[in-house]
Design a binder for this molecule. Structure first.
Ligand SMILES: [Fe+2]
Length: 206
């Protein structure tokens, strides 16, 4: 049995900031539902990395093997963590039009804030799990990418700045099947100062 013992640290779920329980049009119950799922992703990420420490590398097989199962499911768990940490962090604001340097980036790459909003809304309506506004470092521009699950379809070498959760748990309690009204509420609660801080931190080129 060939195994690769490697170091990994367990991570803990981040706490929710209090502002998330007072959003406009997205209930506390809905935020708590996201959070329980997020805690589950953190627990499974830790569990999977623990299992990978003793997996039989010699048995790796593309049809079925423990290595395959663990590595594929790790992408779902890690995606669920990263997506929700973005989502939680950039909600709790006043919405409205982009402000600060991010406004200029959006105008450059989408033409206007309205055009960006219309495109992200359509991307969210077309997705089965997520829509992201991300900066693609190879193309040198922002683009709204669609996601069907936590691990599909992030683009390599792109940095997500806005993460719109459109899984049913994100809106069904508050809007039943009216996803579009939930997307309105999402826009109304965006915290542009947080998004702008990310754009600065990552040094997105202007
Ligand atoms: Fe969620």
């Amino acid at each position: 049995m060939a195994t690769l013992a490697f170091n990994h640290e367990e991570i803990a779920a981040r706490e929710l900031k209090p502002a998330l329980f007072e959003l406009d049009g997205i209930s506390r119950t809905t935020i708590e539902a996201h959070y329980r799922l997020y805690q589950g992703y953190v627990a499974k990420r830790n569990e999977i990395l623990g299992s990978l420490a003793t997996v039989d590398l010699g048995a790796a097989n593309q049809v079925y093997s423990d290595v395959r199962s663990l590595k594929v499911d790790l992408t779902f768990a890690v995606g669920g963590i990263k997506n929700h940490e973005l989502y939680f962090e950039h909600l709790g604001g006043e919405g409205g039009d982009p402000a600060g340097p991010i406004a200029a980036l959006i105008e450059r790459d989408f033409g206007s804030a309205d055009a960006w909003r219309a495109d992200l809304r359509a991307t969210g309506m077309a997705g089965r799990g997520w829509a992201w506004t991300a900066f693609d470092w190879d193309e040198g521009r922002l683009f709204n990418y669609v996601g069907d699950a936590q691990n599909s379809y992030p683009i390599w070498n792109a940095t997500p700045l806005i993460a719109l959760d459109v899984y049913e748990h994100a809106y069904f309690l508050d809007y039943q099947t009216d996803r579009s009204s939930y997307i309105d509420a999402f826009f109304d609660n965006l915290d542009w100062s947080t998004i702008d801080d990310w754009a600065s931190k990552y040094q997105i080129p202007k």
